[in-house]
Design a protein around this ligand. Structure first.
Ligand code: NAP
Length: 320
């Protein structure tokens, strides 16, 4: 089969398409014919060797795949040959024609969701769901600022927050991104490249502030976020690419909190909750993964370059 292999950590050029043996599922494992693989920012940090998790070299990147079960190992009961599935991490990597996964790493993909959309489910929607329900413990009567609403996590967060009944403010840095945020359900949108946009956000809340901020770029925004919070407000730090200084007094005055977030820290009960919620939302049409760009598997390096360029518009997907 064809797969992307990383033989050394480095720039996007270390992603090379190679011919490798197709894996065989052992007991408790599932072999999936991957049709589409989602590209996430953390795939680039991992490839560069700067991520908290360093895979053993050589490795095939990718946790988010969608495809059809090719075969199953002994004892597998959850899925059978021919089932459409999405993956939530794999044993052998999703940037490939076939991937090996544990039975618990594959989940049914509703019929109305295409493979490219299915490859945009786990990290973006799992993150948004976990952040809103479990970290922020959001209530329908609250407001949320999705700070970075045009990308994978942000667009998912808008759809989920809308289905929960929250009042949503979203930001993006381009007209196309602002359009996505609005179309997917944000009540008001703001351009995070425009000077003074934070004052516009505060004004839009009648100077009360927002209850929840889902933050995609904390090193740039956290100091200001603390001033945009309502009483008992909370910032959930999802994305961060550097250091930041804050004035803790802004938190004290509001009894506010800043919460670090990682999708990798979920419990199995939380994971079960997340998949039940996501699959229901995908089935009933409230969750609609946005495919921004589809590239052939051989162009994984280009995908890794483009995902870090500002101007997000949904997901970048590799067609395998
Ligand atoms: P993505 O699809 O590349 O989107 C990036 C988002 O960040 C876009 O909406 C972009 O908006 C926005 N952004 C750029 N500059 C910004 C600014 N100054 N203020 C606010 N937002 C800004 O990435 P993603 O998949 O949504 O992930 C977002 C971040 O969360 C990444 O850093 C990722 O590594 C992280 N993440 C963390 C976890 C975790 O477990 N902690 C899980 C998933 C993702 P424009 O392009 O429109 O400017």
């Amino acid at each position: 089969m064809k797969a992307i292999l990383v033989r050394e950590f480095g720039g996007p050029e270390v992603l090379r398409l190679e011919e490798v043996p197709t894996p065989k599922p052992a007991a408790g494992q599932v072999l999936v014919r991957i049709h589409a693989a989602g590209v996430n920012p953390y795939d680039t940090y991992m490839r560069a060797g700067t991520y908290a998790q360093k895979p053993t070299l050589p490795y095939t990147p990718g946790s988010d795949g969608a495809g059809v079960v090719e075969s199953v190992g002994e004892g597998v009961k959850k899925v059978k040959q021919g089932d459409r599935v999405y993956t939530t991490t794999t044993l052998s990597g999703a940037y490939a024609e076939y991937t090996l996964a544990l039975e618990r790493q594959v989940h049914p993909l509703p019929a109305k969701i295409g493979f490219s959309q299915g490859a945009g489910v786990w990290v973006p929607y799992g993150t948004a769901y976990h952040a809103l329900y479990h970290s922020a413990k959001a209530h329908a009567s609250e407001s949320v600022l999705v700070h970075g609403a045009s990308g994978g996590v942000g667009s998912a967060a808008i759809q989920i927050a809308r289905s929960m009944g929250l009042t949503i403010l979203g930001t993006a840095g381009t007209p196309a991104g602002l359009e996505i945020a609005k179309r997917e359900g944000a009540h008001q949108v703001f351009d995070h490249r425009k000077a003074g946009y934070q004052e516009e956000i505060l004004k839009a809340t009648g100077d009360r502030g927002v209850d929840i901020i889902l933050e995609m770029l904390a090193n740039v925004n956290l100091a200001h976020d603390t001033k945009l919070l309502a009483k008992d407000g909370r910032v959930i730090v999802i994305g961060n690419r550097g250091e930041v200084t804050i004035n803790a007094r802004e938190l004290m005055a509001r009894r506010a909190s800043i919460q670090g977030f990682t999708l990798w820290g979920i419990t199995s009960a939380e994971e079960a909750d997340i998949h039940a919620g996501l699959i229901a939302g995908l089935e009933n049409g409230t969750l609609r993964p946005i495919v921004g760009k589809e590239l052939p598997l051989a162009e994984a390096a280009r995908a890794h370059r483009e995902i870090l360029v500002p101007g997000a518009a949904g997901k970048i997907i590799l067609i395998c």
